[in-house]
Design a protein around this ligand. Sequence first.
Ligand SMILES: N[C@@H](CCC(=O)N[C@@H](CS)C(=O)NCC(=O)O)C(=O)O
Length: 309
Amino acid sequence: MEEIRHFLEGHKALALGGAVVGGAVVGALGVLGWTAFHKNDAGPLTPPVDPSSFTKKNHVYLLIPPRLGAVPSISPFCVKLETWFRMANIPYEVVETMSPSPSKQTFPYIYLNGEETADSRFIIEKCAQRFGKRLDNHLTEMEKAIFVAYSHMIEEHFVITYAWHRYTLGADTFWKNFMPYERLGPMGKRMAGAREFMRKGIQERAWLRGIGRHSPEEIYRLAEEDLQSLSTYLGNREFFFGREPSVIDCTLFAHLCQLLCLDVDFPPKKKLQSEWKNLADYVQRIKIRFYPDWNLVCSPKANGTDNRN
Ligand SMILES: N[C@@H](CCC(=O)N[C@@H](CS)C(=O)NCC(=O)O)C(=O)O
């Protein structure tokens, strides 16, 4: 209880949002640390978002943390949403910012016709309706049920296993991906402090969630069970539910590319090149088809903003 109180006191923004207590955002990655770090540090890394400049009608302004390279975002939830916009063929404009959503204190969030919406799943719901683009129309009732179960497994469980490793035992390897930090502009200057914030943040969150109480070997075993299950279910199919992409493909791709496109020494990753190679091939297929501009998308913008359709 003492730990929980201490944690909540140090993270008032999250506590106020109920995110930690509800457990809903415990899987959040480094950006969690960044947000707190950003608030406690000398000043904004990027100018605060001014929604009054988001004036275009029926136009999606997608707000994500600054890109660092190697993946479109180190936040898998941001990659999931960006992938969905691409799969659904909805034009979007990326705005990089360190200010999280006013309503839920998370990334990603959007502004559409002057209205802010946070949380990838609610954003997808809203945009699917607004633009009449559903990726899930072709799913059977059984597939929809499987979608719900796998989404939660990936976004509420699997993510914690690799995020915990990423910011603790695997931190040296993970951060090397973004060196030299100087090329990241203002962000780079604060990288060393951000690292420590993220380590503490994920340890606290993983502990509250229960996963952080296991030994590293046990945590890796939990991750392997998830990957094994995903690999078995995917089998030889092109997408998770067959020949057409759906929302679960955005989710799965977003999380697997955190392991495959970054240099990380997460032990379960080894089998992605052998036993579970179908998952690695799947990531490659989605990357080629939906991100022909992958390198450009991932590349850091030292000035912190990136306005691109
Ligand atoms: N369920 C949310 C989860 C989003 C989330 O946890 N995002 C993390 C970044 S990976 C975050 O912004 N955490 C809060 C913070 O940094 O304060 C979604 O799907 O959008």
